[in-house]
Write a protein that binds this ligand. Structure first.
Ligand SMILES: *Cc1c(COP(=O)(O)O)cnc(C)c1O
Length: 396
């Protein structure tokens, strides 16, 4: 009987609206890119996609996707272990291992699934997972699905991590889990120090490279490049849905026995469909493009530095960032929404975040820079920020 349940849902939804937390989706009618067309707001410059290397509308990737469809069809109609493994799935896994300098790789339909399926097959109630307080929802859910003891340390706080490692010292195996880049601030996790503590207390390390792969490190190989830890971190997870082309798909890459065990026991891998040939084919091409030379990574780093410096010079309060995420701090929740709405009228597409997505009193606008942005587009964004910043009394 739906009546009572319907009433309950209607009330809950109204409450979400009353709290100002209702999410409306903006509709894009062009390919994802630096300049897009939207329904309602017309032509805008996009500063809120995870399209860090600007590959979402790349012609070579589209061509590779079409070719893979022509030769391997539209879908696999199976999970990997029954009959969903194509030669290109194996080739893509190899490319990912080469890129990160790891021993083996397992693909998932999404990084959400990779994180959801990484802990439960590997750890039991005898073990401990020690997780950063700002980790992505998918890591939190993955931890929940596992029977291991849970410990949480304050974001990037190494003294607190050490205290938790000491608390967990009697557990059989310990694994420290962290995002590579924290998506609300743009800070890179101190993976060098995490690794040192892991050595000291005999723990494994798991890093989710979703926002760092393709972005962090000179060649975009992520936190292990940044900190000279290539091949050392036992478990890395990541997505094909951000810098790596932006389509869909996730992976876990690392020590070969870990990957082998995941192929046997990881539920999102065993019981969910294989990624389509078009995505596998295009992703193989994507690794060719970003390893043949470094121009996209260099462009992204140049663009990010340019944007952050200009915003600081204009007087904005920017969170220290080592990624392509630039958090423009406004602190006040209604102000962040007003600011984002005014920017939208100037043709700048960004998102304002406030509690509970970020801590109370820490409202901000998150700007995501891409290699696809031109200097003119970056200038246009900065100028719009300055104009609205003056109008709203944030800049003098
Ligand atoms: C985006 C993101 C994910 C989810 O990736 P999908 O492939 O879209 O499921 C997981 N972890 C982190 C840290 C992310 O930023």
């Amino acid at each position: 009987m739906y009546t009572n349940f319907q009433k309950y849902l209607q009330q809950e939804i109204q409450q979400i609206k009353d709290d100002g937390l209702y999410k409306n989706e903006r509709i894009i009618i062009t390919p994802q890119s630096a300049a897009i067309k939207t329904q309602g707001e017309g032509d805008v410059l996009n500063f809120c996609a995870n399209n860090y290397l600007g590959l979402a509308d790349n012609k070579e990737l589209i061509e590779a996707a079409k070719q893979a469809m022509d030769t391997r069809g539209y879908g696999m109609s199976s999970v990997r272990f029954i009959c969903g493994t194509g030669d290109i799935h194996k080739e893509l896994e190899k490319k990912i291992s080469e890129f990160f300098g790891t021993e083996d790789t397992i693909l998932y339909a999404a990084c959400f699934d990779a994180n959801g399926g990484v802990f439960e097959p590997l750890f039991t109630e005898q073990d401990a997972i020690i997780s950063d307080s700002l980790n992505h929802a998918s890591i939190i859910d993955g931890v929940r699905l596992c029977k291991a003891k849970r410990f949480r340390y304050n974001n990037a706080d190494m003294a607190d991590l050490e205290a938790k490692l000491i608390e967990a010292k009697d557990c059989r195996f310990k694994v420290i889990a962290t995002d590579g880049v924290f998506s609300m601030d743009g800070n890179v996790a101190p993976v060098d120090k995490i690794y040192e503590l892991a050595q000291k207390y005999d723990a494994l390390v798991m890093v989710d490279e979703s926002h760092s792969a393709g972005v962090v490190g000179k060649t975009g190989r992520g936190t292990t490049e940044q900190y000279n830890l290539r091949g050392k971190i036992e478990i890395l997870t990541g997505t094909l849905g951000k810098a790596f082309g932006g389509a869909v798909g996730g992976f876990t890459t690392g020590k070969k026995e870990i990957i082998e065990m995941l192929r046997q026991r990881s539920r999102p891998y065993l019981f969910s469909n294989s990624i389509p040939p078009s995505v596998a084919g295009a992703a193989i091409k994507m690794f060719e493009i970003i390893t043949k030379d470094n121009h996209l990574q260099d462009k992204l780093h140049d663009n990010t530095n340019y944007f952050v410096e200009k915003m600081k010079a204009a007087g904005f309060d920017i969170k220290p960032t080592q990624s392509a995420i630039c958090a423009v701090m406004l602190y006040d929740a209604p102000l962040s929404q007003k600011f984002a709405a005014e920017l939208s009228k100037e043709g700048i597409y960004v998102t304002g975040f406030y509690y509970p997505v970020v801590p109370k009193g820490q409202a901000r606008i998150r700007v995501q820079v891409s290699a696809a942005h031109t200097k003119e587009q970056l200038d246009k964004c900065v100028n719009a920020f300055v104009k609205i910043g003056k109008e709203l009394g944030i800049l003098k």
